[in-house]
Design a protein around this ligand. Sequence first.
Ligand code: GLA
Length: 371
Amino acid sequence: MKVLARAPGRVNLIGEHTDYNMGFVLPAALDQALSLYGRKTEGRVVTAYAAGLNASASFNLDQLEPVQGEPQWYDYIKAVFWSLRLEGFPLVGAEIELNSNIPIGAGLSSSAALEMAAGAAMVALAGRSISCDRLAIACWRAENEYIGVRCGIMDQFAVGLSRKDQALFLDCRSREYRHVPLILGDYRLLIVDSRVNRSLAGSAYNRRRQECEEAVEVISKACGHQFNSLREINLETLNRVGNFLTDPLYRRSLYVIEENRRVESAVQSLERGDLEEFGALMLSSHAGLRDLYEVSCPELDLIVDSAVVIDGVAGARMTGAGFGGCAVALVNRRSIDRLEKEIARAFQDAGYRRPLFYLSTAGSGLSFETF
Ligand code: GLA
């Protein structure tokens, strides 16, 4: 038995750091994707070859122990197999080959794509089937409990459930979702990689998550009512009990509450076909991430500041966890060249490394076939 799986990267359009606060997100799949070819073998060994890295690894399915230290690319495969086994899925020996044009480590979910493709392939090679939601949850658990990054569910759902020319409006509390047509007309998504090293992102990310949990506890105490997440707290409540919070915790909470509202407004503006309004929401999202949530960095701010003054740019914001990685701009195709030049020039003037640019439409989600 053989399987060919394809899993895209994702770009989040709006709704950042809201997923683990049980809020709303609006990501879309990229055109850039990872493809995985897998062949079932006898025995308990999995051998994986990553063509782009020209690296291979093999491991035994009966020795899948959670990672200590910096995870390697093959740890994401092991993580998913470990998680599937916990869910009761059988695991079979396999030879796997990976090819990908998703930039690695740029915050475009190359790891979620690898997890989802590896998970789908293993389930198929073992002769079973799994729903996309369940697979996404298995991969999310792999990332949290095996890799040790306490991420939310956005990336795995975006990789799994996205559809061509649509954004995915996901409620991370109920896990209900719907697809919203992303009718870009003359506009394109330009992804700008700041090339800022995100090696500390994991620990800083976990710290933000912890701050949100602390804020929920303080607010609950002050209100005499146990809230489960920032999603359940509105602006009025925050303002009433805000003085019980430290300044950073107040700002984290305010950002999350406002960002959830912005996602809802962004969906409405897309449904009205109002890209200008959508772009304005992107800009306020970025401002919140920079000033209140404090996960941006000077390079990402420079991308957004350079973009916003260019005619034909509806909006721009950092995307993903932040602390480096990418920004996304919604730009009229006539202005793409100019935008790239301006950003590159601003980076050069500031003495930063030359940024990288990727154009994308909203691509399709995970797919696979067996033969
Ligand atoms: C990373 C995580 C996601 C999400 C974003 C921030 O991509 O994997 O779960 O929290 O950061 O929105």
